[in-house]
Design a binder for this molecule. Structure first.
Ligand SMILES: [Cu+2]
Length: 130
C-alpha cells in the first residue's frame, strides 16, 4: 500500500519537474555553439540595416538564409533602442548613432521579426529555409 502511494507521488513529482524545466534549459541547444566563428566561404555576406528616424531605410529588410548558415547582420541606428531578434530571442542595445552586430547560427527554421523593441518597429525579417 505504502509503496504504491510513494510511486504515484514520485511520478507526479517527475511530471512536475518536466513541466518546470520547459523553456528554461533546452536540451536541443548544442554544447559550445556560443561564439562560433563565421566560416569563410560559407558565411553569407553581412547585411547592414540602417535605421533613420527610428525606421529602417528602404523598408523592412528581408534576410534569407538556409538552415545551418551563419546569420550575420549589423544595425546602424540614429536612435537608441533595444534590438530584438524574435524566435532566437536575442537582444542587444544600440546607442543613438551607434551600431550593434549580430552573428548566430541559423538553427531555427521559419520567419522571424527583428524589431526595435522600445518602438515596436520591425526593421527586418529573417527567413530561415529548411
Ligand atoms: Cu520584440
Amino acid at each position: 500500500m505504502h509503496a504504491k502511494k510513494a510511486a504515484v507521488l514520485l511520478a507526479a513529482l517527475a511530471a512536475a519537474g518536466v513541466l518546470a524545466a520547459c523553456g528554461s534549459s533546452d536540451s536541443e541547444t548544442g554544447p559550445i555553439s556560443g561564439q562560433s566563428e563565421p566560416i569563410p566561404g560559407k558565411a553569407a555576406p553581412k547585411a547592414t540595416i540602417t535605421v533613420e528616424n527610428g525606421e529602417p531605410v528602404g523598408g523592412i529588410q528581408e534576410l534569407e538564409y538556409a538552415a545551418g548558415d551563419q546569420i550575420a547582420f549589423r544595425v546602424e541606428s540614429d536612435v537608441a533602442d533595444e534590438i530584438h531578434v524574435h524566435g532566437y530571442d536575442l537582444m542587444k542595445d544600440v546607442a543613438a548613432g551607434g551600431s550593434a552586430e549580430f552573428s548566430f547560427p541559423a538553427e531555427i527554421e521559419g520567419i522571424f521579426e527583428v524589431e526595435l523593441e522600445g518602438r515596436k518597429q520591425q526593421i527586418a525579417e529573417i527567413r530561415v529555409n529548411p
